[in-house]
Design a binder for this molecule. Structure first.
Ligand SMILES: Cc1cc2nc3c(=O)[nH]c(=O)nc-3n(C[C@H](O)[C@H](O)[C@H](O)COP(=O)(O)O)c2cc1C
Length: 355
């Protein structure tokens, strides 16, 4: 029994997005939307084993986010074994392995969706991660597995896991490399008994083009349902109504929502509407957000970004302003100005002028 089995069904979670779902984003999403589960951005295991302390900020999280799962990626089972110790020690609720990223730089190293072509390596990675979770729960330490000392120092300055319990290992992937091979691919994954398989309904070759293939997700769900593993569908869920339809049609245990959560934590406030609608059939209406509500959350997000991610340039925050502006007509018309904001103070001054 782990947290995944205590969540209400269908599960409505926030999908991991590099450059988007960092600690401040997840904080406001948790506070104002409460998704059932959230994931960090993907973190490269080889960077951690090579003492690149700067990637560790991707592992920052707050208690409000729980259950929060750390997502990691790489190619070497040994590195997954080591970095899973770090994830456990930091007190994450789960560890997720990225087998879905289509970026050339990632795939060329045999990582992300590249693993779809090397199922034996993919299975070795899952098994190494599961072994690490077990060994850590039985007392294995960061020192013993050879985590570099600067990383250990960073970890020790953070709150620790409250108990040495075994956290669930999950996988997020796509329906294939250049074509849909999901039914064969999930059979490989199921040999290792991951707790959850999340499936983005596109091939690696498609990147983000075309439409997510929910028939392929449904075919995978049928196979996965014959096992204790849970299946989450992902790709192009644009609204609560859309989530309802996709869940009903594919039979998945839940969905992950990515881009529709841009500037929109409120999409998750509809999770009970979705659960009701999946049973009763009536589609939920889109939740309308008042401009002052969006403005307040944008300011809160901007302030947190300054506090939590001071290592990043403020430019990284501007895309969020544009996304919140979808609800704020007065800002939508001043996008150019918005895209030049360099600090929380500048933003709040601009907002004062429209209140
Ligand atoms: C900017 C961006 C960054 C992403 N980064 C990750 C990542 O770090 N890990 C991951 O598993 N998927 C990542 N994805 C994929 C999303 O989690 C999701 O699978 C995809 O966007 C489809 O879902 P959506 O249509 O709801 O956005 C990313 C997607 C986007 C748009």
């Amino acid at each position: 029994m782990n947290f995944w089995h205590t969540l209400r069904r269908p599960i409505i979670g926030l999908s991991p997005m590099d450059g988007v779902t960092d600690a401040p984003f997840r904080y406001v999403t948790a506070k104002h939307g409460r998704p059932d589960v959230m994931f960090t951005e993907f973190v490269p295991v080889e960077a951690v084993t090579h003492n690149a302390v700067k990637v560790m900020t991707d592992f920052l999280y707050s208690e409000i986010e729980r259950p929060v799962v750390a997502q990691i990626y790489g190619a070497e089972p040994e590195s997954f074994y080591k970095v899973t110790h770090v994830v456990c020690e930091l007190g994450f609720d789960g560890v997720d392995i990225n087998m879905g990223c289509p970026a050339k730089s990632v795939v060329h190293g045999g990582c992300g969706a590249g693993l779809i072509r090397t199922p034996d390596r993919a299975k070795a990675i899952i098994r190494a991660t599961q072994q690490a979770v077990k060994d850590w729960s039985e007392g294995s330490t960061l020192e013993r597995v050879g985590i570099p000392k600067d990383i250990i120092k960073w970890v020790r300055e953070r709150p620790r896991a409250s108990a040495r319990k075994q956290i669930p290992v999950t996988v997020k992937t796509r329906i294939g490399y250049s074509e849909n091979t999901i039914t064969d691919w999930v059979k490989h994954l199921l040999e290792t008994e991951p707790v959850v398989i999340s499936i983005h309904g596109r091939t690696l070759k498609q990147m983000y083009k075309g439409e997510a293939d929910w028939d392929a997700i449904a075919a995978a769900a049928e196979i996965i349902h014959q096992t204790p593993t849970l299946v989450l569908g992902n790709g192009d869920v644009k609204s609560a109504a859309d989530a309802t339809q996709k869940i009903r049609a594919s039979g998945v245990d839940g969905v992950l929502i990515g881009r529709a959560a841009y500037g929109n934590p409120w999409i998750f406030t509809q999770k009970d509407d979705i659960r009701r609608a999946v049973v009763e059939g009536q589609l939920p209406e889109r939740r309308w957000v008042e401009s002052h509500e969006s403005l307040d959350v944008m300011l809160e997000h901007a302030r947190l970004f300054g506090e939590m991610r001071s290592n990043l340039k403020y430019v990284a925050m501007r895309k969020h302003f544009a996304w919140y502006a979808q609800w704020i007509p007065e800002l939508r018309v001043r996008k150019k100005e918005l895209m030049q904001i360099n600090s929380y103070e500048e933003l709040s001054k601009m907002c004062e002028s429209i209140l």
